[in-house]
Design a protein around this ligand. Structure first.
Ligand SMILES: [Ca+2]
Ligand SMILES: [Ca+2]
Length: 939
């Protein structure tokens, strides 16, 4: 073992020595740099111990303290101080030596005696200390100057290297470039999606999760920017990228990467991406197999180029960058809404523009517009709308703002993008999240004394801890928002509390048993909230269009029953599966049998087949010939919809399921040649009976029949959710379920109205929309319930109102749009910041421009400047009210500021150069000469 060179010990010694110079020199410079070191070390180390608690305290109590959060800046400050003290130490040492020694000489005498007979030899070495100090000083000066020059020159050297290598420092194989060269030859305005790998896939780690459009790739020489990510250099077209952009574009890409593609939850992604102008998908040879397969399985994908270097897909749903849309929908939900809507075939992104409630300044104008045809609730509820409309009338706190910027969720309440990555509506973009035993204080202020309601928007999911909420250290609520799946963020009304005018503190603490996620906090007067909610409901009630609820079952139904689970059905979505989620009424009946077996002095009695215990059974007496039967009798009639028999190995080959009709037995099921140990029989229609008999007419290989459990199902439902319907009227329901062999019947109940949906079929599993209703619903809260006999898989429920004058429409009519005569005649890209669009409008419309939303994009129509609305939560939509043939200029106004900055920089650069190049001495001399002139001549 070779010991490591003791770098840190040596450095510690040098720095300690350097800082000791403060003991010799105590002037304002040393004190300044010493203080600066202490402060910058404290800031750089942040929340780490020791004194981390002071940092956290300051974070919450010192105004604008958050600007100090970047450690690197403070490390640099420390480095400056270190440099100062080292220089000081050197100077002090040299000075000291000079003063001490004058020109003294040190003489070393060395005596040697090689041979005893020889005389001692003397060697004298004289060193002049003054000269040595001088030499040392010169050497240090030389080194310092050389290093300074090197530091300055290094920038130029590295730039030279960059330019010499052609910007991409890593030279990629020619084959990697070819697909992008092919794209550079394609005509038109389009965007590109590139497929890549996740970091863990690059490193070939086991259990790696897949990714696409990731910014980096691993080459032989290390990590580089992915070629696809940077390929705009080759084809001059935008590429879908992770990172950067505006927060909502960023979260959209994260949602696609980390949830949609990774979990394979859809086959409609190209429909969504096409809306934003994504036309080609490049799958290079190094792409991950899983991500490649995902894109190849998407609807609307056509392989247009298939070479060994890359496969390129063309998107059939591609939309050009400009389109006129005169139907729009108000959406209360997150990005998941896009995927949910994409499942409805009749919904077309280029026909209906989506405007998200949490991104609008005013809802009124939109709800009153005749172009607004639907209000769609996905994650959100009317309560969310009311909260969003409160504005100045209440205090809405976006909780993530109070998080410690850390990924250590076990130590802090920290901002987390998790729910947003799932596509859910997160008002604060990130949630305030922890899983540790931690506490956070959130200050807030109320302007008047009185009673206030405290609301929390909380994440309901798995692994929840107990959340305790207190105001001014007085506990007000405690609960664990548990669900068996990461469902939604929901508003919860905690309490009403009297508050005095002034400053208060709301504290959240988690017990460390699991996670808690807080999106937003609302402190509002109860009467203010109620009147705002009433106002919103009134607005929805009088809304001229359609109200649509898009219910992703897995997120909405309370999931605490054992008969169900949530999972991803590849390429179809996240689904709720129910297995015999109906009531088993067998144990309520009295069981009797034709005979019983006595085994080990124990009777295998009839009632053991209905005791709910899968370890106890009924058996007929051995060698007693068939028929052998088991009968159940109930005190009151049961509405039986199906029977499941759980045979022991001594199963029945032929049997009948019969019910008593007061005079005799009616056969409902006649099963022959059975080979199953657990057959399930779903009746064509419910059978009303007081007695049910299983009549075994032929045994299998044993001389008896035996049953662990006989289950008899009565029509019922097991999971439920509640929806608030703001508008009375006729509603229809569409369910997206799986049909196929091995599937049973689904029960759906809306308040007291019950429906059954047959999911049986002979094919392999197939997703199908099935419509139910209409039902008449009054304004208010309604309960939706689901149940099943056999297996039922349900993905989405759409509940939609009919507009006043029409019959309840079929799902394909819900988003049907009247053909419009508005057309984009042509458009021209002048430069990346300017477009000219010619359009013919016969009615007001929204000009959708599929470039990332930025308020600085402006449309100029007949000399008027039009600002964009954030459309689809991602791009620009300009409301155009003029009609006729219009010449519209779209310009990114931000470029004007950039241009101005460029002119200023150029002018400054020019002046500085002129100033530097002028022979300064001559100028000076000129001034001096003039000064020497007598005053009279100067005039
Ligand atoms: Ca049993
Ligand atoms: Ca679903």
């Amino acid at each position: 073992d070779v010991p490591d060179f003791p770098v840190s010990e040596i450095l510690t010694f040098i720095f300690t020595l350097a800082y000791c110079t403060v003991l010799i020199r105590k002037d304002k410079y040393t004190l300044f740099f010493l203080t600066s070191t202490v402060i910058s070390v404290f800031l750089a180390k942040g929340t780490n111990s020791p004194l981390g608690f002071v940092f956290i305290w300051a974070w919450f109590n010192v105004p604008y303290f958050a600007v100090f959060r970047r450690p690197s800046r403070w490390e640099m400050m420390t480095a400056f101080s270190n440099a100062f003290f080292i220089a000081l130490l050197t100077a002090t040492l040299i000075d000291y030596l000079k003063r001490q020694q004058g020109d003294k000489e040190i003489t070393l005498e060395i005596r040697t005696r090689g041979n005893p007979r020889e005389k001692e030899r003397e060697l004298r070495i004289s060193i002049s200390l003054k000269r040595a100090a001088e030499a040392l000083r010169k050497l240090l000066r030389f080194l310092a100057v050389s290093f300074l020059i090197l530091i300055f020159v290094s920038g130029y050297l590295s730039c030279f290297f960059f330019f010499h290598q052609g910007l991409l420092v890593n030279v990629f194989p020619e084959e990697y470039l070819q697909p992008y060269e092919w794209l550079s030859q394609q005509e038109g305005n389009f965007k590109i999606v590139t497929v890549n790998k996740s970091p863990s896939e690059w490193l070939e780690q086991p259990g790696a999760k897949t990714d696409f459009c990731f910014c980096r790739m691993l080459a032989e020489t290390g990590w580089y920017h992915d070629l696809g990510f940077d390929s705009s250099f080759i084809h001059d077209k935008p590429v879908l990228q992770d990172g950067g952009w505006t927060p909502s574009s960023r979260s959209f890409v994260d949602y696609l990467r980390l949830s949609v593609v990774r979990e394979k939850t859809t086959k409609n992604l190209l429909k969504v991406l096409g809306a934003f102008g994504y036309k080609y998908i490049v799958i290079p040879s190094y792409a991950s197999q899983e991500a490649a397969e995902f894109f190849l399985n998407q609807k609307g994908a056509t392989v247009i180029r298939n070479e060994t270097d890359a496969t390129i897909l063309r998107n059939a749903y591609y939309n050009p960058p400009f389109s006129l849309v005169n139907s729009q929908s108000l959406v209360v939900g997150g990005f998941q809404s896009l995927l949910s809507l994409s499942k409805i075939d009749s919904f077309k992104f280029n026909e209906t523009a989506l405007l998200f409630a949490h991104e609008l300044d005013s809802l009124d104008e939109l709800l009153d517009s005749p172009n607004t045809r639907t209000v769609i609730f996905t994650d959100g509820t009317p309560i969310d709308l009311a909260m969003l409309s409160l504005k100045d009338e209440a205090r809405l706190i976006l909780a993530a703002k109070y998080g410690v910027p850390s990924f250590n969720y076990t130590r802090y309440w920290a901002p987390a993008p998790f729910w947003r990555n799932l596509g859910h509506l997160v008002l604060g973009k990130k949630t305030l999240t922890t899983r540790g035993e931690t506490k956070v204080d959130i200050p807030f202020k109320v302007d008047t004394s009185g009673c206030y309601s405290v609301w929390l928007r909380l994440g309901f999911g798995t692994e929840r801890g107990t959340l305790k909420v207190s105001i001014d250290h007085l506990p007000i609520a405690e609960f664990a928002p548990f669900a068996s799946h990461h469902t939604r963020l929901k508003w919860v009304n905690l309490t009403n509390i009297e508050l005095q005018r002034g400053e208060h503190t709301l504290s959240l603490s988690n017990d460390g048993e699991g996670y808690n996620d807080v999106d937003a906090i609302m402190i509002v007067r109860p009467e203010t909230f109620q009147s705002k909610l009433n106002e919103i409901i009134k607005k929805l009630e009088t809304f001229h269009g359609r109200i649509v609820y898009l219910v992703e079952t897995e997120n909405f139904f309370n999931q605490d029953a054992a008969t169900q689970q949530t999972y991803v059905f590849p390429y179809e979505g996240t689904v709720l599966e129910l297995e015999n989620a109906a009531t088993n009424v067998a144990s309520e009946g009295k069981a009797t049998a034709s005979s019983t077996q006595i085994k080990d002095y124990k009777t295998l009695k009839a009632e053991y087949a209905t005791d709910g215990n899968y370890a106890t059974r009924w058996a007929s007496k051995p060698y007693e010939p068939p028929p052998q039967w088991l009968t159940l009798e109930w005190a009151s009639p049961k509405e039986i919809i199906g029977v499941k028999i759980n045979f022991e190995t001594a199963y029945a080959k032929n049997y009948l399921l019969q019910v008593w009709n007061k005079t005799g037995w009616t056969t409902i099921v006649n099963k022959t040649e059975n080979t199953s140990f657990s057959p399930l029989h779903i009746f064509e229609k419910p059978v009303n009976a007081t007695k049910l008999r299983l009549n075994v007419t032929e045994f299998s290989d044993f001389p008896l029949v035996s049953i662990w459990e006989l289950e008899v199902f009565e029509k019922s439902t097991s999971v439920s959710t509640k929806l608030f319907i703001p508008k009375s009227g006729e509603y229809k329901i569409a369910l997206r379920t799986v049909c196929g062999k091995d599937y049973g019947k689904l029960f759906f109940k809306l308040d007291n109205e019950a429906f059954s949906v047959d999911c049986r079929g002979s094919s392999s599993p197939l997703f199908k929309w099935q419509t139910l209703g209409p039902v008449s619903l009054s304004k208010g809260e309604h309960e939706l319930r689901l149940g099943s006999i056999g297996k039922a898989v349900i993905d989405t429920i759409v509940l939609y109102s009919s507009e006043d004058s029409e019959e309840p429409p079929s799902l394909s009519k819900v988003f049907e749009v009247q053909p419009s005569n508005n057309t984009v005649l042509n458009f021209r890209k002048i430069d990346p910041c300017t477009y000219h669009v010619s359009a013919k409008l016969v009615e007001p419309s929204l000009l959708v421009f599929s470039e990332s939303y930025n308020p600085l994009w402006k449309a100029y129509v007949n000399g008027n400047e039009v600002s964009p609305l954030k459309t689809y939560s991602l791009v620009n939509g300009f409301p155009i009210s003029e009609t006729g043939t219009l010449e519209i200029t779209i310009r990114f106004k931000g470029q004007m500021y950039a241009d101005l900055g460029l002119y200023l920089s150029f002018t400054s650069f020019l002046s500085a150069t002129v100033f530097l190049l002028l022979p300064l001495n001559k100028v000076k001399r000129l001034f001096r000469k003039r000064r020497r002139l007598p005053p009279v001549l100067a005039f």
